[in-house]
Design a protein around this ligand. Structure first.
Ligand code: NOJ
Ligand code: MG
Length: 594
């Protein structure tokens, strides 16, 4: 924290922040991966819910956008209490989305178009509708079947209190008490998320074997990798000790006053012992790494091209996150520190420096990301008061983002991200500059977070609204009819694909041109060094190819004064207009050749 990241000697000597990758680096080291949230991308049958045939039909749009791969949020059989992150059958497709035949078709079509396919793996919990959980309920206390989940006796005279004080990430208790076969109140089971998402007990070998088999199942169907849900949560601290700290997951409340308090005596002792701050007993336990080593060797045995694992792990500090991407574990881990960074040049530089340092130390690429289906879209987030932590959703009666400011910054932020070496994930709709839906009526909300906190946390529906494709069509071209599972705001028509395709300066064309240049110049494999322009409110670095034949200067101006570019620089890409005399104005980014 607070370390100096852009010393004069660094900028003057062009000391590399990050060294270039060889030109023949494996595909995933610089891949741009587009996240499709299947419910909300394209609906083929008019039921208002996106589906696999809808996705397959529109894959050419993604080829033309210029991404390398897609990641699909879960499409498995599910009662949909958490939009599919509650899986009842890992080896089949939910009828809402289609069939196994449809997923085969999707994978084959993507491959024909040169797109790789990453699927979501949800190994921390199943749905309570999963066969295993139903068997566990039926079999009763002490059974092998219960041993696959985390069942415990309650506390109190009659076991009427939960086994410990863990809350659910979605609000409310992290435990639910079951009724035993004889009708009496019985054991409790742990669910770090919704009641309908019981956590597996990963110390039970059945669980590990089952997931190895699920990985093989999807590899055999041709997928190129797995995004691993809650990768930091699978193993819990032995004894399940109480925890009073923040859970640090779906919002950024860890920047709250509470988290900033100095450590207590116990915490200090623990920091001394373990070398890191207090770690919640449900997150980032050492045992998770053994699981990923097993998966890595399983994937490495598959025929080429390499299949990958990407960790969704809300872990701090970055040195700790980098342990998930050691050479015998996962390939990528989302850089949530980057996503969580406010529009502040000093902080951005700090995060970029630390990210390269920690990932390079383990030989992994950095995996940049600005938006996903769990966070307020960055076109809105960056238009909020930057002194406040990132909220979990925005309601109509709360402070509204400044849409123009947010979009201006979002375009610059993406230009920064795509100029950085490494891999990057895009979230559907960000290429349209789509804002968060902030006027959704509460009756429409589906996120369990909203319901479990009685509306205290608005939740994630606002970033999950069906995508606008055509302004003057029912459901804005999302499906054949008017139905959409969440309402589309009136403002969305103006962002539709048909309003932006071929329109110079549109966000869609900006993304297309950045992705084309990034691919042609292999920016994702380049080196990075701070440029002397980088100081105060300016982030500036040079991305150079391994052989030095290409140098791209990336400049983002977060300050009030326009910035002049070095002599001889030729601007190739700009996130917004420059001044009449070619200066870079506030909240604008450029790429230039030098
Ligand atoms: C993280 C997923 O991204 C989120 O959408 C989900 O609710 C939780 N994990 C629980 O699976
Ligand atoms: Mg449908």
């Amino acid at each position: 924290m607070g370390q100096v990241t852009r010393t004069t000697s660094d900028t003057q000597s062009h000391k590399p922040l990050h060294i270039a990758d060889p030109a023949d680096a494996p595909w995933w080291r610089d891949a741009v991966i587009y996240q499709i949230y299947p419910r909300s991308w394209a609906d083929s049958d008019g039921d208002g819910i996106g589906d696999l045939p809808g996705i397959t039909a529109r894959l050419p749009y993604l080829r033309d956008l210029g991404v390398d791969a897609i990641w699909l949020s879960p499409f498995y059989v599910s009662p949909m209490h958490d939009a599919g992150y509650d899986v009842a059958d890992y080896r089949n497709i939910d009828p809402l989305f289609g069939s196994l035949g449809d997923s085969d078709e999707l994978i084959a079509t993507a491959h024909e178009l040169g797109l790789k396919v990453i699927v979501d793996l949800v190994p921390n919990h199943s749905s309570s509708d999963h066969e295993w959980f139903k068997e566990a309920l039926a079999a009763g206390p002490g059974s092998t079947e219960r041993g696959r989940y985390i069942f415990r006796e309650g506390k109190g005279e009659h076991g009427e209190e939960p086994p410990n004080n863990w809350p659910s990430v979605f609000g409310g208790d992290g435990w639910t008490r079951v009724v035993e076969a004889d009708g009496t109140p019985g054991e409790w089971y742990l669910h770090i998320f919704d009641t309908t998402q019981p956590d597996y007990d990963w110390t039970n070998p059945d669980v590990g074997d089952e997931f190895a088999s699920i990985l093989e199942f999807w590899c055999n169907r041709g997928v190129d990798g797995f995004r691993v849900d809650v990768a930091h949560g699978l193993v819990k601290e032995e004894g399940l000790p109480d925890w009073d700290g923040p859970l640090q997951m779906l919002d950024a409340t860890d920047t709250s006053a509470e988290a900033a308090l100095p450590p207590t005596e116990d915490e200090s002792a623990r920091i001394h012992e373990t070398g890191h701050g207090p770690r919640p007993p449900m997150w980032d336990q050492e045992g998770v790494h053994e699981i990923y080593r097993r998966w890595r060797s399983l994937l490495d045995e598959q025929p080429s091209p390499q299949r990958i694992l990407c960790a969704e792990a809300w872990v701090k500090p970055e040195s700790q996150l980098a342990r998930y991407v050691r050479s015998d574990e996962m390939h990528q881990a989302f850089n949530f520190d980057f996503l969580d960074t406010h529009w502040d040049a000093e902080r951005l530089c700090e995060v970029i420096t630390t990210s390269f340092r920690e990932n390079d130390a383990v030989g992994a690429p950095t995996t940049w990301v600005l938006s996903n289906h769990d966070v307020v879209r960055h076109a809105s987030r960056l238009g909020l008061d930057q002194s406040l932590p990132r909220p979990n959703g925005i309601a109509a009666d709360q402070a509204q983002p400044d849409a123009d400011l947010g979009l201006r910054r979002a375009r610059a932020a993406t230009m920064l991200m795509l100029g950085l070496p490494g891999s990057a994930y895009l979230y559907q709709g960000e290429e349209l500059g789509l804002p968060e839906s902030t006027d959704m009526p509460h009756e429409s909300r589906q996120d369990p977070t909203f319901h479990r906190t009685e509306g205290k946390h608005i939740g994630r529906d606002g970033c999950r609204v069906p995508i606008p494709w055509v302004r003057d069509a029912p459901s804005l071209g999302f499906g054949p009819g008017d139905a959409t599972w969440l309402p589309q705001p009136d403002s969305y028509g103006a962002y539709a694909v048909d309003q932006q395709a071929g329109v110079a300066g549109s966000t869609l064309e900006l993304y297309r041109s950045m992705l084309a240049a990034r691919r042609a110049d292999r920016l994702g494999l380049g080196s990075a060094s701070w440029h002397e322009l980088s100081s105060g409110d300016v982030v500036a670095f040079v991305n150079a190819s391994a052989d030095g034949s290409r140098e791209t200067l990336v400049v983002v101006n977060l300050g009030a004064e326009p910035v002049s570019l070095p002599e001889g620089a030729t601007v190739t890409h700009w996130s917004g207009d420059l001044t009449a005399d070619g200066l870079v104005p506030t909240d604008i980014a450029v790429w230039a050749t030098v």
